[in-house]
Design a protein around this ligand. Structure first.
Ligand SMILES: Cc1cc2nc3c(=O)[nH]c(=O)nc-3n(C[C@H](O)[C@H](O)[C@H](O)COP(=O)(O)OP(=O)(O)OC[C@H]3O[C@@H](n4cnc5c(N)ncnc54)[C@H](O)[C@@H]3O)c2cc1C
Length: 521
C-alpha cells in the first residue's frame, strides 16, 4: 500500500485533515455564512480508538503478500462516500468491515484471489476509489458467505497502450482520474471524463457505475467512451471485441457498464480519447429568476449547439458558491473544441440567452472574467472536502439527482423543493432548529430528458438564522479545474494536477490560495 494513506473516513488523505483548531475556525466562518450559530463541533473518532469486529478469516499463505488486515485497511474499505457513509466513518461506525483487503498487482494475482474466494465461499467486493454513494463497496453480504474481502484495484493504474490513429487508449481499471489524465497528457490526449469525484474515483469504478462526467451534452457518460472492456470473472477472463461501433445484437460492453462489480472485476478497457481542446470560451449569464433560466437552458439544449457546459444555479446555490449574491440565478456556459474556434457557437448561445432575458457578462471567456464561473468551479471541486467540515458541525448537506422530461420539469422542481423543505422541517423543527437551503442546479442533456441535480438540502443539528450577507466559504485549493472549457491553456486537466503531473493537495483549510478559512496560529 502507498505510504501516503487516505483518511479512514471522509475525503482526501490523512495529511490533508485540518487540525481540530483549524476545523473550529473554519466552522465559525462557515456558520456565519450559512447564518447559523455553531454549537459543538465534533472530532472524528481516531483510527487508534476504532473497534472493528475481529476478522472472520485471514489471508491464506498464498495471498499474504498482497493482503492487509490492519485497522486502517479494513476501515477505509468498509464504506463508500455518501453523506451517511462519511458520517458513520466520522463517528467510528464501521459495521461491515472487510475481513481483509487484497491488492492484486496484476491479473494473475486477481485470478488467484477470486479462485480462493470461490473455493472458500468468501464474498469478493471490487473496490476502485471507494467513492460509491449507493453502498456498492460495503461488504454487507449476509450470512451465506464465510466472510467478505475487498479487492482494491489501486495497483492496476497504468495507461498500457495508446492508439493515436484511432484515438483510443488501453487503460487499467484501477487508474484514478488525475494519474490517468496525467499519463494521457504525456501523449497530448485526454479522456475528458470528469465526474465530481474525479480525484478519487477510477476508470473501473466509472464503468461499473455508468458514471457521468460534468459535461453538459454529447459524450458525458463513460459508456459512450468505452470501446471494449476486459474483466476477470470467477470463471475466467472475459473481454469484449474492440470495435468502433456495432449493431449486432445485445451490446456486451453495456453488460459490464453499471454492473457494480457483480459480473466480474474490470481490469482494463479501451476508451476513446481526444486531443486536449485548444479552443474554449466560457461565460456566466445571470437570470432574474430560476424559471427564466430553465427556459433558456431548454432552448440551448434543443438548439444543436451542444455546449460543453450548461449548468443553471439557482440564486441560493450561486450565493453559496460565491458565484452570485443570492439575487439572481446563474447559467454557467462553456464551449470547447480541439478543431475549430467556438466563438460563433458562444455568440449564438449568448443571443439565445438574451432572448430569454439573460443578463450577459461584460466580458466572456477565461477564468478571471468575474462572471462567477471560476467561483462556481472551485466550489464544485471543493465540495467533498467541505462536506467533512459540515459533518463535524452537524450540518446535513446532501446532493440528489434525477431526470425528468422538459414538459414536466416545472411542477417536478417545485414538488421536490417543497418535499425537501418539509422533510427538513419535520426532522429539525421550524425555525429554531433548522436552516433550510435547497438550491438547485440543472445540468442539461440532449432533449427530451433533463437530468437535474439538487444540491444541497442543508439542515443544522441545532440553532438557526437567516441567510447571511457574508461571502460564502470556499475550500482552499491549488487545483486546476477539470473543465477544459475554462482551463488556462497548457495546464493539465483535473483537480490535484499541475502541468507536470499529480500534485499533493493542500489541506482544505491550509492551502496557499486559501481565501476563506483563517489558519489557526
Ligand atoms: C463527492 C462525490 C461526487 C460524485 N460525483 C459523481 C459524478 O459527478 N458523476 C457520477 O456518475 N458519480 C459521482 N459520484 C459517485 C461515484 O464517484 C461514482 O459512482 C464513481 O464512478 C465510482 O468510482 P470508484 O472508482 O470510486 O468506484 P467504487 O466506489 O470503488 O465502486 C463503485 C462500484 O463499482 C464496483 N467496482 C469498482 N471498481 C470496479 C472494477 N474495477 N471492476 C468491477 N467493479 C468495480 C464496486 O464494487 C462498487 O459496486 C460522486 C460521489 C461522491 C462522493
Amino acid at each position: 500500500m502507498s505510504s501516503r494513506r487516505r483518511k479512514h473516513w471522509g475525503w482526501g488523505f490523512e495529511d490533508q485533515q485540518p487540525t481540530p483548531v483549524q476545523v473550529r475556525a473554519s466552522a465559525a466562518e462557515l456558520g456565519a455564512h450559512l447564518g447559523i450559530k455553531v454549537g459543538e463541533v465534533e472530532d472524528p473518532v481516531s483510527l487508534e480508538a476504532l473497534q472493528l469486529a475481529p476478522p472472520r478469516l485471514l489471508p491464506p499463505p498464498s495471498l499474504v503478500d498482497i493482503c492487509s488486515e490492519d485497522t486502517h485497511a479494513r476501515a477505509s474499505h468498509a464504506l463508500g462516500k455518501s453523506y451517511v457513509d462519511v458520517m458513520r466513518g466520522f463517528r467510528g461506525q464501521f459495521h461491515h468491515p472487510p475481513d481483509f483487503v487484497a491488492q492484486p498487482r496484476d491479473e494473475g494475482d486477481l485470478e488467484r484471489v477470486l479462485e480462493w474466494c470461490s473455493a472458500e465461499a468468501v464474498a469478493a467486493v471490487p473496490f476502485g476509489g471507494g467513492t460509491s454513494v449507493v453502498g456498492g463497496v460495503t461488504p454487507d453480504v449476509g450470512s451465506s458467505f464465510n466472510g467478505a474481502i475487498s479487492i482494491d484495484l489501486g495497483e492496476l493504474d497504468r495507461v498500457l497502450e495508446v492508439d493515436p490513429v484511432s484515438r483510443s487508449a488501453r487503460i487499467q481499471g484501477g487508474a484514478l482520474g488525475p494519474p490517468l489524465e496525467s499519463q494521457l497528457g504525456a501523449h497530448g490526449l485526454t479522456l475528458r471524463h470528469f465526474p465530481q469525484s474525479f480525484e478519487y474515483s477510477t476508470l473501473g469504478g466509472w464503468i461499473a457505475t455508468r458514471a457521468a462526467g460534468h459535461f453538459a451534452t454529447v459524450w458525458t457518460h463513460i459508456e459512450d467512451l468505452v470501446e471494449s472492456v476486459r474483466a476477470i470473472t470467477p470463471s475466467g477472463a472475459w473481454e469484449s471485441r474492440r470495435l468502433p461501433g456495432s449493431g449486432a445484437g445485445v451490446s456486451p460492453d453495456r453488460m459490464l457498464a453499471g454492473s457494480e462489480g457483480t459480473l466480474g472485476v474490470i481490469t482494463e478497457a479501451w476508451v476513446r480519447v481526444q486531443p486536449r481542446p485548444s479552443h474554449r470560451a466560457s461565460a456566466g449569464v445571470r437570470f432574474t429568476s430560476f424559471e427564466a433560466g430553465v427556459d433558456c437552458v431548454r432552448a440551448l439544449s434543443q438548439s444543436g449547439l451542444h455546449p460543453a457546459n450548461c449548468r443553471l444555479l439557482d440564486p441560493g446555490e450561486a450565493a453559496l458558491t460565491l458565484a452570485g449574491d443570492g439575487s439572481h440565478a446563474l447559467l454557467v456556459l462553456g464551449f470547447e473544441s480541439t478543431d475549430h474556434p467556438v466563438d460563433s457557437s458562444m455568440a449564438r448561445a449568448l443571443e439565445l440567452c438574451r432572448e430569454h432575458g439573460g443578463i450577459l457578462p461584460s466580458s466572456k471567456g477565461g477564468s478571471d472574467s468575474g462572471d462567477g464561473v471560476s467561483s462556481w468551479r472551485e466550489a464544485f471541486l471543493g465540495a467533498p472536502y467541505m462536506r467533512d467540515l459540515m459533518i463535524a458541525m452537524g450540518v446535513l448537506a446532501e446532493t440528489f439527482e434525477t431526470a425528468i422530461t422538459w414538459e414536466r420539469f416545472g411542477a417536478f422542481h417545485e414538488g421536490v423543493k417543497a418535499a425537501t423543505e418539509q422533510a427538513v422541517r419535520e426532522h429539525c423543527g421550524e425555525g429554531g432548529e433548522s436552516s433550510v437551503a435547497s438550491p438547485t442546479s440543472t445540468p442539461t442533456a440532449p432533449p427530451p430528458t433533463s437530468p437535474c441535480s439538487l444540491p444541497p438540502a442543508a439542515e443544522r443539528r441545532s440553532s438557526s438564522g437567516g441567510p447571511s450577507s457574508r461571502p460564502p466559504p470556499r475550500p482552499s485549493s491549488s487545483w486546476e479545474a477539470p473543465s477544459p472549457t475554462t482551463m488556462p491553456s497548457g495546464a493539465i486537466t483535473g483537480p490535484g494536477m499541475t502541468a507536470s503531473g499529480p500534485s499533493p493537495l493542500p489541506p482544505p483549510c491550509a492551502g496557499r490560495r486559501r481565501r476563506w478559512t483563517p489558519l489557526a496560529s
